[in-house]
Design a protein around this ligand. Structure first.
Ligand SMILES: [Zn+2]
Length: 71
C-alpha cells in the first residue's frame, strides 16, 4: 500500500520507493531501491501543489465566466 501524502524521495538514489521505519522514538526512512536508511529524506509536496493550482485555475475560470456574463 502506498501512502500518497507528500512524495518522499531518497536523497541517495532519488527513488520514491521509500518506507517509514519506526525505530524507537525516531521516525526513520528506508529506501527500498538502494537500502538507504536515515532520518534525512527529500519530501515533495507536488500533490498538494497540483491540487492548489487546480483550485486556482477553477477559481479563475469561474471569475472569467462571471465577467463574461456580467454579473
Ligand atoms: Zn535510495
Amino acid at each position: 500500500m502506498k501512502n500518497e501524502i507528500g512524495k518522499k524521495i531518497c536523497p541517495d538514489c532519488k527513488s520514491a520507493n521509500i518506507s517509514l521505519l519506526l525505530d524507537g522514538s525516531f521516525g526513520k526512512y528506508q529506501c527500498n531501491n538502494c537500502e538507504y536508511k536515515g532520518v534525512l529524506i527529500i519530501e515533495e509536496k507536488s500533490d498538494s501543489n497540483e491540487h492548489e493550482e487546480k483550485m486556482k485555475k477553477d477559481l479563475e475560470t469561474l471569475k472569467k465566466e462571471m465577467k463574461e456574463k456580467k454579473y
